[in-house]
Design a binder for this molecule. Structure first.
Ligand SMILES: [Zn+2]
Length: 185
């Protein structure tokens, strides 16, 4: 069974305290969880796609948010502890949904996953819009509660419930899983 791991916007601007749109201390806690998921998916030989904000300096999104993740800047880089494994694909994006004007749709069609795991930031923005667009395309989304975070904790909690009820997203906590024999903790 093919399962895909999506890792959304794990960039310096969102996850480093010096970043332009740092998501806060709760967002730091998702880093080791995503690291563990990356190692797990890599061991299983399952596809991993990073979706990375990559804006032009004059991007229209900066009417809504402070400038962030400008292509080539420090803030646009993936944070060091989540450096992509060598087989991972990096897919730049410019909008909240990971599908808007990106290669994600073609990549998913190529691998035909039975489930798509979603991690990263922010729960109520890029994560939720991506989960909605997965459902619109009849993919089964799975959200890892302890691998997503938001600037706003209320939005985070609301988004998790909405993704579950409206988009039929399955939810798990990766930190709570039983240790498996081939993957000792
Ligand atoms: Zn952005």
């Amino acid at each position: 069974m093919t399962e895909v791991l999506l890792v959304i916007d794990v960039l310096n601007d969102f996850l480093d305290p010096a970043g332009a749109l740092f998501c806060g201390p709760r967002a730091r806690a998702i880093i080791p969880v995503i690291r563990s998921l990356l190692d797990h998916f890599q061991r299983q030989g399952q596809p991993i796609f990073y979706l990375t904000d990559a804006h032009r300096p004059d991007d229209a999104e900066f009417a809504l948010f402070p400038e962030h993740a400008v292509t080539g800047s420090w803030g646009s880089r993936i944070i060091a502890p989540l450096t992509p494994p060598k087989d991972a694909k990096i897919i730049p994006k410019t909008r909240f949904s990971s599908f808007y004007a990106t290669d994600l749709e073609a990549e998913l069609r190529r691998v035909g996953p039975e489930r798509v795991w979603v991690t990263g930031v922010c729960t109520s923005i890029c994560v939720m819009d991506t989960v909605g667009d997965l459902r619109n395309r009849a993919y089964s989304p799975l959200v890892v509660d302890d691998a997503v975070a938001d600037f706003d904790q209320q939005f985070h909690e609301f988004a998790l419930i909405r993704m579950e009820r409206v988009y039929g997203a399955k939810r798990i906590r990766w930190g709570d899983r039983e240790p498996s024999p081939e993957a000792p903790a």
